[in-house]
Design a protein around this ligand. Structure first.
Ligand code: AMP
Length: 409
């Protein structure tokens, strides 16, 4: 009998002797118990976003203990109703309520206030039973940020005639809180980060996480694709933007689009472009800033044909600073001049680009590149960001060389 009890308690191989009826028979049983780990990693991905571990399960429990100690002292004779705000507060509430050692009742209320990661309006309200008239009610919340949910529930409890109302929240965002209600029991103060786990969700996911996680914004990847005219920047940018989910900005393309649509910018740029000269910095920088602004949510950019002067490179680094980002690399396609002239004349037969059709204009663009633009190699070299890539070969080969450099960033 004792052996049988042991079998239930532990994992391993067990041996024993059967009882008197079969005295000389021994037996051996192998028992394997499967343990299911609680969902807990350093990083988790929910929908499209990455979250990193922020508050450990132990710290959460410590905070809940702290609240429970005070509730036990302060509400021992009040026979409170713990009003759990669903769905987020269910785990917190379960931990809190089982630590309350006096008479109490439970009730639940549901208020929908979030759409994804945006703060939204309170839309649905369900609950709260039994009647709260004349009762001491403890609102149990997972998180108080703007305070909109608390405000809505306070209104409901007032209407119901609750006598004393206390608020217990696991997390509190003081920077976001805009209401005057006193938060009586606060477990953890957090900054304005978007957090998930231990009941908190991001679009329905993450409530079952053991720890609390915070959103980790993905780092942008910004690349300057560099090289003389005809080096193949445009062709490669088209492939790389798909492979790395980046936005491709070609200043030459933007100028050409403006010329085609006869905009003021186009008319201004045309005279320079037709001669193979650079469009003035002031105009180009302004245009580039506008193009970046149009893509505020981008994962990163491939800048093709920009910067072409030191002033443009400086302006680009200011712009990246403003976005809390940076240029990660200048990746330069290196191609011999005579190959370039041949390629561009060839392209001119089909591209309809005036500046590709005339050998003098082509040679002038290459000259401008060496006189005004090539110095940028040093600009990025000094920052250890320059990657020279052999730009001669077939398209796939060159893409592979570029990808190898990007993958190291
Ligand atoms: P691309 O298509 O890059 O070869 O550029 C064609 C022409 O557009 C250049 O020869 C310049 O006249 C003009 N352009 C493009 N990008 C710039 C820039 N960053 N700065 C000044 N001019 C530019």
């Amino acid at each position: 009998m004792q052996s049988a009890i042991k079998l239930l308690l532990s994992e391993g191989i067990f041996e024993g002797i059967l009882p008197k009826s079969k005295p000389n028979t021994s037996f051996q049983i192998t028992v394997t118990l499967t343990t299911i780990p609680i969902f807990a990693c350093i990083m988790v991905k929910l929908h499209d976003k990455q979250f990193e571990k922020f508050i450990s399960h132990e710290d959460i429990m410590h905070a809940i203990n702290g609240i429970a100690v005070r509730l036990n002292e302060e509400l021992k004779d009040s026979k409170p109703v713990f009003l759990t705000v669903l769905n987020g507060a269910f785990l917190f509430s379960a931990e809190l309520v089982k630590r309350f050692q006096h008479e109490c009742e439970l009730s639940f209320i549901k208020v929908a206030s979030y759409e994804g990661m945006q703060r939204g309006e309170i839309s649905t309200v369900m609950g709260a039973e039994p009647s709260l008239k004349g009762r001491t009610v403890v609102i149990v919340e997972d998180i108080v940020d703007s305070g909109n949910t608390i405000e809505a529930i306070m209104q409901i409890l007032d209407d119901e005639g609750a006598e004393h109302i206390k608020i217990a929240t696991l997390c509190y965002k003081p920077l976001a809180y805009g209401k005057h209600y006193k938060l009586d029991y606060v477990g953890l103060e957090v900054n304005n980060d978007f957090i998930v786990g231990f009941g908190l969700d991001y679009d329905g996911l993450g409530r079952n996480l053991k720890h609390i996680y915070k959103h980790k914004p993905s780092k942008m990847t910004n690349i300057v694709l560099f090289g003389p005219p005809g080096a193949g920047k445009g062709t490669q940018a088209e492939v790389l933007k798909e492979n790395y989910n980046l936005v491709h900005i070609s200043t030459g393309d933007v100028f050409r689009y403006n010329i085609k649509n006869a905009t003021e910018l186009g008319l201004l740029a045309k005279s320079y472009m037709d001669k193979g000269q650079l469009v003035p910095d002031e105009v180009t920088i302004k245009m580039l800033n506008a193009e970046v602004d149009k893509n505020a949510d981008a994962n990163g950019f491939i800048f093709d044909g920009f910067p072409r002067t030191e002033a443009q490179a400086e302006a680009l680094s200011v712009l990246m600073d403003e976005k809390n980002s940076q240029i990660d690399a200048m990746i330069a396609l290196e191609v011999d001049d005579e190959v370039l002239v041949k390629r561009l004349l060839e392209r001119g037969k089909t591209s309809g680009r005036k500046d590709d059709a005339n050998e003098d204009v082509i040679r002038n663009r290459i000259k401008v590149y060496y006189n005004e633009t090539a110095i940028l190699k040093d600009f990025y070299k000094k920052q250890n960001k320059y990657h020279g890539i052999n730009g001669v070969g077939n398209i796939t080969e060159i893409t592979q060389r570029l990808s190898k450099a990007i993958d190291t960033l």
